[in-house]
Design a protein around this ligand. Structure first.
Ligand code: SF4
Length: 251
């Protein structure tokens, strides 16, 4: 017993105290800041360069739902584009993921789009079933990390469960390959009402680098209401957890 107490004292508190303000490595790529004085030629060059058409060819805005955070645009125009370490980029508003040149607005959850029953039902307890629909295991690993001793997602009563019948919603990763489309639909149907859908990672939000592939089937995502978009390639645990906190009304 003494040995265990000694180990506890030695390890100290391991859970991150403030998940809202925890600093991350400067290497992390979060919300970009885009200069407001991009010229038409610069926008055209950047748009051509982007491998996933995340940069709008007319406005120069960056769509975080498409961006794979490769930083090629930042390398090309370091004085005009800078990826910050702001990880609070999850939202329920797809349009809020489009970062405009000259804008310093943070990406935030849109309360007006929130379904009332979500907070009423799931504020203190939310069980999620993860569906890897053609994912590459990167977002899946980050989601698993959300429950570790550091991020400690369980402190809010949120956890992943093995069966969709025990879940309140699904978290989709991957671009949804054709082979997974039916499994995704069946999983969704097995979740009892009211239920929520979360898209984790660029692949799930837009198809990512597979967006043009004939091997994906996006019909499920196109035909259902999405409750939370969690950008990132892969998404960071802090992005995921902050998005859930916003959705559930946790300070
Ligand atoms: S960081 Fe994003 S916006 Fe920039 S080139 Fe890569 S994918 Fe495109």
């Amino acid at each position: 017993m003494l040995k265990e107490i000694r180990a506890l004292v030695h390890h100290g508190r391991q859970a991150i105290k403030s998940l809202r303000t925890q600093p991350v490595s400067p290497l992390f790529r979060g919300k970009p800041v885009i200069s407001g004085d991009l010229t038409r030629e610069e926008i055209a060059d950047l748009s051509m360069l982007c491998p996933v058409k995340a940069i709008d060819e007319k406005t120069g805005s960056i769509d975080l739902g498409r961006c794979v955070f490769c930083r090629e645009c930042e390398f090309m125009k370091p004085d005009k584009i800078r990826f910050t370490s702001d990880y609070r980029i999850a939202t329920n508003n797809r349009q809020a993921l489009v970062i405009k040149p000259g804008s310093s607005e943070p990406v935030r959850f849109d309360e007006s789009l929130l379904r009332k029953e979500i907070r009423e039902m799931f504020h203190g307890s939310l069980k999620l079933r993860q569906v890897s629909a053609g994912g590459d295991n990167s977002c899946e690993m980050e989601l698993a990390a959300s429950g570790n001793v550091n991020f400690d997602l369980g402190r809010f009563g949120i956890e992943f469960v093995a069966s969709p019948r025990h879940a309140d919603g699904i978290v989709i990763t991957g671009p949804v390959s054709e082979n997974m489309a039916e499994a995704l639909r069946l999983t969704w149907e097995a979740v009892p009402e009211p239920k929520i859908i979360i898209l984790a990672g660029t692949d799930a939000i837009s198809g990512g680098i597979f967006a043009e592939s004939p091997a994906i089937d996006r019909s499920f995502i196109e035909n259902h209401h999405i409750d939370l978009y969690v950008p990132g390639n892969p998404c960071h645990p802090l992005t995921f957890i902050n998005g859930l906190m916003d959705m559930l009304g946790i300070d």
